[in-house]
Write a protein that binds this ligand. Structure first.
Ligand code: 5GP
Length: 141
C-alpha cells in the first residue's frame, strides 16, 4: 500500500498546516475535525505513517486505541455526552478521504443525530470546544 507523505494529516503532523490540537503523547496526536459532525468531534492519528488499519502495525493500532479510549472519556466529560461513536474508514470505497490512519471520536446524546458531512466549522467555536476537551483531559489525569 502506498503512503502519500503529502496527505493533509501528514502536513498537520509536520506543522505545515494549522490545526486545533487537543492532545499528544509519544505515539499519537489528537486534533479537532474541521467539519465536525457533532460538537467535540475530534480525530486520533498515529504520529508515524500508515495509510489505514490495513497496513498499520499492531503497535500503531494499540497506541491509537489507547488514545481513542482516553478521548472517549474526555468527550463524555466535556460535552455531557451519554455515549461515544468511533468511526474509522479504510480506502475510498470504505469511506476514507484522508489516507493517514485516523479514528473519529464523536460525543453522542440520546436522540441527537450526527450532522451531515461537509459543513465547515467556525474556528473560534472549534477552539472553545478544544478548550473543554483539554480541561476534561487535565481533570481525568
Ligand atoms: P475520512 O477520511 O475519515 O472519511 O474523513 C476525513 C476527515 O478529516 C473528515 O471528517 C474531514 O472533515 C477531516 N478533515 C479533512 N481535512 C481536514 C483538515 O485540513 N483539518 C482537519 N482538522 N480536519 C480535516
Amino acid at each position: 500500500m502506498n503512503y502519500d507523505s503529502d496527505n493533509i494529516f501528514a502536513k498537520i503532523l509536520r506543522g505545515e498546516i494549522p490545526c486545533e490540537k487537543v492532545f499528544e503523547d509519544a505515539d499519537t496526536f489528537v486534533f479537532m475535525d474541521i467539519m465536525p459532525r457533532a460538537d467535540g468531534h475530534c480525530l486520533v492519528i498515529p504520529k508515524t505513517p500508515c495509510r489505514n488499519m490495513l497496513d498499520a502495525s499492531d503497535a500503531q493500532l494499540a497506541a491509537c486505541l489507547r488514545t481513542v479510549r482516553k478521548m472517549g472519556h474526555a468527550v463524555m466529560a466535556a460535552f455531557g455526552a451519554e455515549g461515544v461513536t468511533v468511526q474509522q474508514f479504510n480506502e475510498a470505497p470504505g469511506g476514507q478521504e484522508v489516507f493517514h490512519l485516523h479514528y473519529h471520536v464523536l460525543p453522542r446524546h440520546e436522540g441527537v443525530k450526527l450532522r451531515p458531512p461537509g459543513q465547515m466549522a467556525d474556528f473560534d467555536v472549534l477552539k472553545t470546544q478544544a478548550d473543554k476537551l483539554r480541561a476534561a483531559l487535565a481533570e481525568l489525569g
